[in-house]
Design a protein around this ligand. Structure first.
Ligand code: PLP
Length: 388
């Protein structure tokens, strides 16, 4: 059976060129970067070269780039590290209501350990209200965390504006750029942020490798205490091959960025048009403006059908997609992102995220469009909710 992968926002396949860059560091260049001998120096040199490359691509200084074990770790380091470092002086944090679980659950945890927090709502397309940020921000706020591009719907926030507001009361600003890095321009100076997270496996690099950008002069309380790795900010022997792979992947994505953006936008437009022509009562979640949404993220709500049933039906046809809703102990729980955007519960439960990527072809989408109407029709025929 044909296998079609339309779940690039969950993870991406490793690019062959990235694998080739990593292989020497998995085979002969296996030294520990902290060792003084030639094996260690060789590993260390690889890491420092990767750090310079990443810094250059993000518009940062090499000394502001720290390697981590992925997006979740970078997010935790940023929000907890910033909150703890100001504890006692500033005990309040602000995040948006559409953050990834890595930020959302970290904020919940900080609440349990004595911090106050606010979750900013968004409009229907997923844009955070800047006025709400102004309203909730106080001299007590230590950190504001608002993601660059959302993983479920792709909406891109006006980060420079939001960061400027946060700075007006002396708060730090973190952005989770895991879904934007490699897809649109991510430059820490232009964004005007203090802390930023990215993860290699979202841009055709290996899993378990990430970066946190920490603007010069900012102190964070570290989460991992250990050796003097990453200048004491993150203990633990560096994942050398992962770091090499991350830098190679970011460089390739950057070189391909503009051409890919155009190619994937065209594919996504074709895909949405076909589906909306062939299937009634389908709605796009997220911004409708391709410049304000990561165009490869196509989140559609199918009225009166459960997302999970669509996933399973498409899987039987060899097509891999995701849904925001998850079946927890028998009840269908709608995505907190869609609910925060005030998508009605029924439509939130019927949402499917198609995410396109580097290896998606027109044929993949033609095939998907050819099988989807039948699936939706069959599921709707069984649905007590569907009115023709
Ligand atoms: C995938 C993802 C993460 C988590 O990154 P991992 O490297 O998988 O831990 C965080 N934020 C966003 C927006 C993501 O899409």
């Amino acid at each position: 059976m044909k296998q079609i992968y339309l779940d690039y926002n969950s993870t991406t396949p490793l690019d062959e060129r990235v694998l080739q860059a990593m292989l020497p560091y998995l085979r002969e260049k296996y030294g520990n970067a902290s060792s003084l001998h030639s094996f260690g120096r060789e590993a260390k040199a690889g890491i420092e070269e990767a750090r310079e490359k990443v810094a250059d691509l993000l518009g940062a200084e090499p000394s502001e780039i720290y390697f981590t074990g992925g997006g979740t770790e970078s997010d935790n380091m940023a929000i907890k590290g910033a909150a703890y470092s100001k504890q006692g002086k500033r005990n309040h944090i602000i995040i948006s209501g559409i953050e990834h679980h890595a930020i959302f659950e970290s904020a919940k945890y900080l609440e349990k350990t004595g911090f106050k927090s606010n979750y900013l709502g968004t409009d229907k397309e997923g844009f955070v209200y800047a006025d709400k940020l102004k309203e909730k921000l106080t001299e007590e706020t230590s950190v504001v965390s608002i993601m660059h591009a959302n993983n479920e719907v792709g909406t891109i926030q006006d980060i420079p504006k939001l960061a400027e507001i946060a700075h007006s009361k002396g708060a730090l600003f973190h952005t989770d750029a895991v879904q934007s890095a490699g897809k649109i321009k991510v430059n820490v100076k232009e964004l005007g942020i203090d802390l930023l997270s990215i993860s290699a496996h979202k841009f055709y690099g290996p899993k378990g490798a990430g970066v946190i950008f920490i603007r010069k002069g900012i102190r964070l309380t570290p989460l991992f205490h250990g050796g003097h790795h990453e200048k004491g900010r993150r203990g633990g022997t560096e994942n050398v091959a992962g770091i090499i792979g991350l830098a190679a992947a970011l460089e390739i994505a950057d070189n391909m960025r503009e051409a890919e953006h155009t190619r994937v936008s065209n594919l996504a437009n074709y895909f949405m048009d076909e589906i909306q022509t062939k299937i009634p009562n389908v709605y796009l979640n997220g911004s409708h403006d391709n410049n304000k949404r990561i165009p490869s993220t196509v989140n559609l709500s199918f009225q009166a059908v459960e997302g999970e049933s669509i996933i399973l039906s498409l899987d039987m046809k060899g097509i891999a997609v995701a849904s925001g809703s998850a079946c927890t102990s028998g009840a269908l729980e709608a995505s907190h992102v869609l609910l925060s955007m005030k998508v009605p519960v029924e439509l939130a439960q019927g949402s499917i995220r198609f995410s396109l990527g580097r290896f998606t072809t027109r044929e993949d989408l033609e095939y998907t469009v050819s099988v989807l109407p039948e699936i939706i029709e069959r599921l709707r025929a069984m649905s007590p909710l569907y009115k023709k």
